[in-house]
Design a protein around this ligand. Sequence first.
Ligand SMILES: NC(=O)c1ccc[n+]([C@@H]2O[C@H](COP(=O)([O-])OP(=O)(O)OC[C@H]3O[C@@H](n4cnc5c(N)ncnc54)[C@H](O)[C@@H]3O)[C@@H](O)[C@H]2O)c1
Length: 286
Amino acid sequence: MAEPGILDGQVAFVTGAGGGIGRAIALSLAEAGADIALFDIFPERVEEASARVRERGRRALALPGDAMETDALRAAIAATDRAFGRIDILVNNVGGVSGRPFLEQSERSWRRHIDINLVSMLAATHAAALVMIRGGRGGAILNVASIEASRAAPNFAVYGACKAGMVSFTKSMALELSGHGIRVNCLAPDHTVTPGNQGNRAGPVDPAQWRQRDPAEIDAMNRLVPLGREGVDSECGDAAVFLCSSQAGYITGITLPVDGGTAAAGGWVRGRNGRWTLNEGLSFGG
Ligand SMILES: NC(=O)c1ccc[n+]([C@@H]2O[C@H](COP(=O)([O-])OP(=O)(O)OC[C@H]3O[C@@H](n4cnc5c(N)ncnc54)[C@H](O)[C@@H]3O)[C@@H](O)[C@H]2O)c1
């Protein structure tokens, strides 16, 4: 739960804000006091999330648009600047993935991965950082990468390469923008329950429609994650409020895992017998 008031008076622009992690970040930033511009490709999603922001007593600007069209993204940032007169926080959350061995993946698919995960971040950062610099108050940029940025991602190689690129860009921008008081950080979530990873990438966000995991899948997931469960989107929201607020005023250029410990585990999982193992059937230490 965000500390109320810590972002009072600030304005945040969030991409992919209509569902999942982006929506949770938008709502957490609103609970902490920020007014929110919400950018998402599905108009009904962006309207729904905007209504939730207003319920929290903050102003919301609903901006339907496709993050793969950089002109639309730039226009939305300009509209936010016109409506609110400032931008203090940019969250580059929008992203996308489809799983397939690299040798079976089309060039069209590579390019779509790069456009949605990387180019959208570049375009939004360019446009929003100029608004922040003009405002002279500094700012915070948060990029939503993934645990796949730092480990192998078989069947998701292009996605992993894009997310690793986001981490690299975060560090470079942390230096380039430091003189303007703009901090740039990154989140690296692992499995988080969202419409996208529950088979509901489009249409209204209705958790009742989500694919439900069967008990064997839930058990496997819980043994994979050291904290014993899948992530909740509001946990990324809490981390975002921290990194975008003055509480993280001396933190820039980092990537914060929000992953229940899977990055630290580095492949260790809980076996069905409850003991840690690198693969079911192997035993270590007697
Ligand atoms: N959920 C996870 O387990 C997980 C894990 C690691 C990283 N991530 C990253 O977190 C981010 C959000 O993932 P999520 O699971 O919340 O996704 P999601 O699919 O649940 O939600 C994504 C939102 O972005 C919107 N969107 C999709 N394409 C768009 C486009 N072209 N333009 C504008 N909006 C668009 C969708 O309408 C949706 O509201 C992504 O960058 C993803 O790579 C997610």
